[in-house]
Design a protein around this ligand. Structure first.
Ligand code: FE2
Ligand code: FE2
Length: 169
C-alpha cells in the first residue's frame, strides 16, 4: 500500500536526520558542555535503534529509501550544530520542538496503521515511548523564555517542511 510505504520512508529518513542532529550536538557538547554529553549519547542510541527498525522494514519489503535522505542528514547535522553553538538551552528547545512535531505525526500514523498494517503499527509504537521521553526531557531542561521562542518555531517549521517534502519524494 502506497501510504504505508510513504510512512516507512519518511520515518526512516527522519530517524536518519535525528541521528545526525545528535551527532552534531554531541560533537560540540564533548568540547563545551561535557555535563550533557551522556544524555545526548543515550538519545543517539535510541535514534539508531529507531533507524534500524525502519531500515529493516524497508529492506524486507523491498521499498526504496527517500530521495531526500541526504538532505535529512545534512539538514539534521546543520540544525544540530546551529543549536549546539547557541548553547545547552537551545539544544533542549530543539529536542522539544522536533519531538512534539514528530509525536503529532506519529499519532496520525498509528491511527491509520491500526486499520491498515499491524507490523508497521508495532514498529511505530515501539519508538513512541522514546520520543515521548525525549520530548519531556527537552521540555523540562530547555529554557522557555522569550529568547528561545523563535528557535522553537523555526525548528518546528523546518521539521514540518522536511516531513512534507519527504512524503513527496
Ligand atoms: Fe527517533
Ligand atoms: Fe527522538
Amino acid at each position: 500500500m502506497k501510504e504505508v510505504e510513504r510512512i516507512l520512508r519518511v520515518n526512516h529518513a527522519g530517524e536518519y536526520g535525528a541521528i545526525n542532529i545528535y551527532k552534531a550536538q554531541l560533537f560540540v557538547a564533548r568540547m563545551f558542555y561535557k555535563d550533557i554529553a551522556s544524555q545526548l549519547e543515550e538519545m543517539l542510541v535510541h535514534e539508531k535503534v529507531h533507524f534500524n527498525t525502519f531500515n529493516n522494514l524497508l529492506i524486507s519489503r523491498s521499498i526504496r529509501r527517500c530521495y531526500a535522505i541526504h538532505f535529512w542528514a545534512f539538514g539534521g547535522f546543520s540544525l544540530g550544530l546551529f543549536t549546539a553553538i547557541i548553547g545547552r538551552n537551545a539544544i533542549w528547545v530543539c529536542t522539544n520542538s522536533i519531538e512534539s512535531t514528530v509525536l503529532h505525526h506519529l499519532e496520525w500514523q498509528l491511527d491509520f496503521l491500526s486499520k491498515n498494517d499491524i507490523e508497521v503499527h508495532a514498529a511505530v509504537l515501539s519508538i513512541k515511548a522514546d520520543e515521548e521521553a525525549h520530548q519531556e526531557f527537552g521540555q523540562t531542561n530547555g529554557n522557555s523564555s522569550l529568547v528561545y521562542k523563535p528557535i522553537f518555531y523555526i525548528v518546528r517549521r523546518a521539521t514540518e517542511f522536511a516531513i512534507w517534502v519527504s512524503t513527496k519524494l
